[in-house]
Ligand binder design. Structure first.
Ligand code: SF4
Length: 388
């Protein structure tokens, strides 16, 4: 079976996420301590030693999109919500080291006990999608709905990939959180309570779920652009829309195109195209299978030997899946797109530094959410959990 190979470069000059930089979402925070050199040959041993010294006092979470060099030290791997719940289920762990991005560490702080401290090894690991919805922008949008007498019939829903501020806003205003696994169920709940949903911050997950799973028309969706006056929407359009989609997207999944799908179908006859619902509508509709990260993992696990799969999600995960399933042909959907640059900020030197500081009794890069935001965000998360 063909071994996995990195996508080859094309003539199109694209930012190679993770090799270049994504200044919009990297927060520009320098490490406050002395990082070990990446060339230090003892990094693996140092991480092992520090982790062993901390024992059950530390619990390391590894998001699926993390580098292999970091994932090897994770006590559990998963998507952001699964990881936060795993941390909450281990109250004996004083320190939760979250190998992921900022909003995930916030969610872990919200869901874990007061005695647990959450550490993000590199504070520069933000998320461009979460950063596309700032609280003041969402409040401006909501005030307009209030002024037009539309807010009472509008249920705000936010994707897990949003800041604690936004989850708190949603909790205060009768809404809830969704993941890419339960977006349909959450939207059904919301439409039983309101005529309209304000969906934050990922327009693609919102549109794909509303149109492809709930049967809305594309015209029922209106795109609210926080960077345009009045969101770029007339009062009439706001009033008519059933799905008010925030103009946000994932900088990794948003790069896949319908051309990627047709190109791989031409190149690999019989290939199955499997994509994440954060991809654009035209990509999702051209694909054979659509689902969350966990769905992608399960689908490849149960796929027959010899089958070919082009996968539209983050490259670290696709490469790991290709290595895990050598009896299947697993390839990256795009020939140019690479890693999530902010996920890739967490590397072995940062992990070693964070663990060794904990061994020395110093908690570095702690992520905390204030009590009011935490309470309101918890309300939004609990409404989602009640649906399960
Ligand atoms: S993959 Fe996309 S949604 Fe996930 S952290 Fe990176 S930018 Fe954010």
């Amino acid at each position: 079976m063909t071994a996995f190979s990195e996508p080859g470069a094309t003539g199109t000059a694209l930012l190679l996420l993770g090799r270049g930089s994504d200044h919009g979402s990297e927060r520009g925070v320098a490490c406050p301590g002395a990082l070990p050199a990446p060339s230090d040959p003892d990094l693996v041993e140092r991480a092992r030693t520090a982790k062993a010294a901390l024992g059950e006092r530390v619990f390391v979470l590894g998001h699926h999109y993390q580098r292999d060099e970091v994932i090897q030290f994770a006590d559990v791997t998963g998507d952001s919500f699964k990881l936060a719940r795993e941390a909450a289920a281990r109250p004996q762990a004083e320190y939760i080291v979250f190998c992921g991005v900022h909003f995930m560490a916030e969610s872990a702080d919200i869901l874990t006990g007061d005695a647990q401290q959450v550490v993000l090894p590199d504070l520069a690991a933000g998320c461009s999608m979460a950063d596309m919805a700032a609280l003041h922008q969402v409040e401006t949008c909501w005030q307009r709905l209030v002024d037009l007498d539309l807010a009472d019939a509008t249920v705000p829903v936010t994707y897990m990939n949003s800041s604690a501020d936004i989850k708190g806003f949603v909790g205060r205003n009768g809404g809830l959180v969704c993941t890419s696994s339960n977006a349909r169920q959450v939207l059904e709940w919301a439409f039983q309570r309101g005529r309209r949903v304000l969906f934050l911050p990922d327009q693609h997950l919102g549109r794909n779920t509303a149109v492809l799973e709930l049967g809305f028309a594309l015209e029922d969706c209106a795109l609210y652009d926080p960077n345009k006056p009045a969101g770029g929407l007339t009062d009439q359009r706001l009033g008519e829309a059933r799905m008010l989609l925030w103009r946000g997207h994932c900088s990794v999944h948003g790069r896949f195109s319908a051309e990627c799908v047709s190109e791989v179908r031409d190149r690999v006859p019989g290939v199955n195209v499997l994509v994440h619902p954060e991809c654009r509508y035209e990509v999702v509709t051209a694909a054979d299978h659509v689902g969350s990260t966990e769905y992608i993992i399960r689908t490849l696990e149960s796929a027959p030997a010899g089958s070919a799969w082009a996968v539209g999600t983050e490259l670290n995960l696709v490469r790991r899946l290709a290595n895990r399933h050598p009896d299947k042909q697993v390839m990256f959907l795009d020939r140019t797109v690479c890693y999530c640059s902010t996920m890739n900020r967490i590397d072995l030197p940062h992990l070693v530094w964070a663990l060794e500081e904990l061994v020395a009794g110093r908690v570095v890069n702690r992520i905390t959410v204030d009590d009011r935001t935490s309470h309101d965000a918890r309300v939004a998360l609990d409404r989602m959990l009640a649906l399960a």
